[in-house]
Design a protein around this ligand. Structure first.
Ligand SMILES: Cc1cc2nc3c(=O)[nH]c(=O)nc-3n(C[C@H](O)[C@H](O)[C@H](O)COP(=O)(O)O)c2cc1C
Length: 181
């Protein structure tokens, strides 16, 4: 299984978690790490390069810090540009069909905040619904997202542990598909 990890972090130099996750992922066998903000400082996405990368892998991981209850803006721009009609969807758009899609995200807010009555009210799987719906459209298998909550409250030890946990999860060949509810 070949895994493509697309990292969307606008400033990895000040990242506490995503940078460490990306560094560790880069050292794994059968993993291609692609830092999208770094690849396109002017945000002019090379569509052919991105589509080729996607076609060459079986599992696609979208890794990003949670921003405004969603993703950093370049991920949205990347979707708009790369997931084209006739390639990703439409009667002949089958290039991603059957591949696996995993969202891996980190949050500032705690797990409790992402629940009814909490500061954010909604759970992360609920807030990630647009990605799940997109996955349905493009025919990928939407794996249960990986979420690390409450980054500012984490100790350095917990942060170190999260690196191993994330890599083990994201590269586990038999992850469960999230049931559509
Ligand atoms: C512009 C911006 C928006 C953010 N929005 C959210 C948010 O909606 N929910 C949340 O839990 N954390 C939010 N955060 C906190 C980030 O998710 C958190 O700092 C990040 O996951 C930590 O990862 P890093 O150390 O790799 O940067 C936001 C941070 C920034 C800079």
């Amino acid at each position: 299984m070949k895994t493509l990890v697309l990292v969307f972090h606008p400033n990895l130099s000040i990242s506490r978690v995503n940078r460490r996750w990306a560094e560790e992922m880069e050292n794994q066998d059968n993993v291609t790490l692609h830092n999208v903000y770094q690849a396109y400082p002017d945000e002019q996405i090379d569509i052919a390069t991105e589509q080729q990368l996607l076609e060459q892998h079986d599992r696609i991981v979208l890794q990003f810090p949670f921003y405004w209850y969603s993703s950093p803006s370049l991920l949205k721009k990347w979707e708009d540009a790369v997931l084209t009609y006739g390639w990703a969807f439409g009667s002949e758009g089958d290039k991603l069909q059957g591949k696996e899609l995993l969202i891996a995200t980190t949050t500032g807010v705690t797990n409790e905040g992402y629940s009814p009555g909490g500061s954010a009210q909604y759970t992360i799987p609920e807030l990630l619904r647009p990605f799940q719906a997109t996955s349905n459209l493009i025919g990928t298998r939407y794996l249960t997202p990986y979420v690390l909550y409450g980054v500012p409250q984490m100790s350095d030890e917990e942060l170190e542990q999260s690196i191993n946990d994330y890599v083990a999860y994201a590269l586990n060949p038999s992850l469960e598909i999230l049931a559509v509810r």
